[in-house]
Design a binder for this molecule. Structure first.
Ligand code: SF4
Length: 234
């Protein structure tokens, strides 16, 4: 059985989602912009710090209760009704559903589309041409995943080759994570680099920003906050 097979409905022209909602982008280069989030269900990794386990952790959640198959045409209509010029496709790992992403992007001409991905899967040429910004977050050792599972150099190279990708890393321990990021960025030619503190409270995010901005500046990297945590919004 494929990861998506147990949900009812026709696969073609549909996406399996965890949720969709309107908010502000809280992370990365487009922080603060009004947008809608479309959270695709399922993931190919199991990171220890994952803040969306309802998209993949079936030891804690029932997939038939926390995900649903939605027609792409309905999603396009929903986005148009929100009157936003930015859609963030996130997950889970949305690249597990590339045909659905492609159909959605085709239907949203004139709306900017940002994709948040863990960087383990290459986009098709058509999908690559339809996405305005790839925010790629390769996972570090702090995720608890084996290197060979979380780092796929051909996929990272393909995403970098789009010319519209940034590489954003979640930092839990600057003492070890920053050197690991530097090594990976050099090995896979990843740029620009963004670093962002892990944290689900204002205090931890602010403490993380304090710890990161100096070392990031020294290395020529960018720093991302987590605005939705600081502002207390979704
Ligand atoms: S790749 Fe993202 S969604 Fe998947 S387990 Fe890791 S943090 Fe969670």
């Amino acid at each position: 059985m494929t990861p998506l097979a147990f949900l009812p409905g026709r696969a073609e022209g549909t996406a399996v989602l965890t949720e969709k909602f309107e908010s502000f982008q809280g992370e990365g280069p487009w922080t603060g912009q009004r947008c809608v989030f479309i959270r695709f269900s399922r993931c190919n990794l199991k990171c220890g710090f994952c803040d969306t386990p309802e998209s993949w952790d079936w030891s804690r959640y029932n997939p038939t209760e926390v995900s649903e198959r939605v027609p792409i045409a309905d999603l396009v209509t929903w986005v148009r009704e929100r009157d936003v010029d930015l859609v963030v496709i996130t997950g889970g790992e949305p690249m597990l559903q590339q045909p659905a992403m492609t159909a959605l992007a085709r239907g949203l001409t004139g709306v900017r589309i940002q994709v948040e991905t863990n960087g383990t899967m290459e986009p098709t040429p058509e999908l690559a041409s339809l996405i305005d910004l790839w925010v790629v977050s390769p996972k570090l050792a702090n995720s608890g995943m084996d290197y060979s599972v979380r780092i796929k150099p051909p996929a990272l190279t393909a995403l970098a080759a789009t010319g519209r990708a940034v590489f954003k890393f979640v930092v839990t321990d600057p003492g070890s994570d920053l050197d690991e990021i530097a090594q990976l960025a050099e090995e896979c030619q990843l740029e620009p680099v963004w670093v962002m503190p892990e944290g689900t409270t204002r205090e931890t995010v602010l403490a993380g920003m304090d710890a990161l901005h100096g070392p990031a500046a020294e290395r020529g990297w960018n720093v991302s906050t987590r605005l939705h945590i600081l502002a207390g919004v979704r």
